[in-house]
Structures are given as C-alpha cells and as structure tokens.
Design a protein around this ligand. Structure first.
Ligand code: SF4
Ligand code: SF4
Length: 107
C-alpha cells in the first residue's frame, strides 16, 4: 500500500526531545507511523504523513509532543459526517447521478 501523504509542510506536529522519556507510547498510538525511536528518544520520521489526529500529544506523559489536533482534514471529515455545513475539505458523499444531484465537494 502506498504511504499516505498530506499537504507538505503544513502539519503542526512538534517534538521536544529534551522532554521525551522514551516510553514509546507515541509510536503505539500513531496511525501513520510518523514517529520512531532513536537512541531512546522519539523522533519525527515524516511530518507530512501526520494527519493531526492528536493521539500522540494526548498520550505523551511528558508533554514532549504538541500538535494542533482537529485543524486539518481529519476534523473536516468528521464534521462533515456529522452534517455540519462548510466543514469538509473532500468528497463526503457518493458521486451524484446527474447535474441535479452532484457530489458534495467543498473546501
Ligand atoms: S510518548 Fe512522549 S515521552 Fe513517550 S516516547 Fe513519545 S514523545 Fe517520548
Ligand atoms: S497527530 Fe496523530 S498522525 Fe500525527 S504524529 Fe501524532 S498520532 Fe501520528
């Protein structure tokens, strides 16, 4: 499977290696394998793969990781699924069958 890549250089993920205790929790919870361990400390492998879900920051016991969770596409998709208008950034409904019933695509 191809690696998922989001918009480049926009993820807000930050890691303070001085605060990292090396517990490895962020590697366990990250759905996109953005982080890895290097000599007992977490490191960011590929920031552009981060979907800003916030799981790493929420589960980091030392606050070494920060991310503005929910500002990216993940939140937009969830908001759109909940029927909140103007919240999506992608196709959220099946393709329409005519000009009178188009797909819902917004940004
Ligand atoms: S969860 Fe926090 S303390 Fe643990 S390895 Fe990741 S960054 Fe370091
Ligand atoms: S915010 Fe989510 S996707 Fe990004 S590094 Fe943390 S756990 Fe992984």
């Amino acid at each position: 499977m191809n690696e998922m890549i989001y918009l480049k250089n926009v993820a807000t993920l930050e890691l303070d290696p001085e605060k990292c205790s090396g517990c490895g929790m962020c590697l366990i919870v990250c759905p996109h394998a953005v982080l890895s361990m290097n000599h007992g400390k977490a490191q960011i492998n590929n920031r552009d793969s981060c979907m800003e879900c916030g799981a790493c920051g929420l589960n980091c016991p030392t606050d070494a990781l920060t991310v503005q969770a929910g500002v990216g596409c993940a939140a937009a998709v969830i908001n759109a699924a909940l029927g909140r208008d103007g919240a999506c950034c992608c196709v959220v409904e099946p393709p329409g069958d005519s000009e009178n019933n188009p797909s819902k695509i917004c940004c």
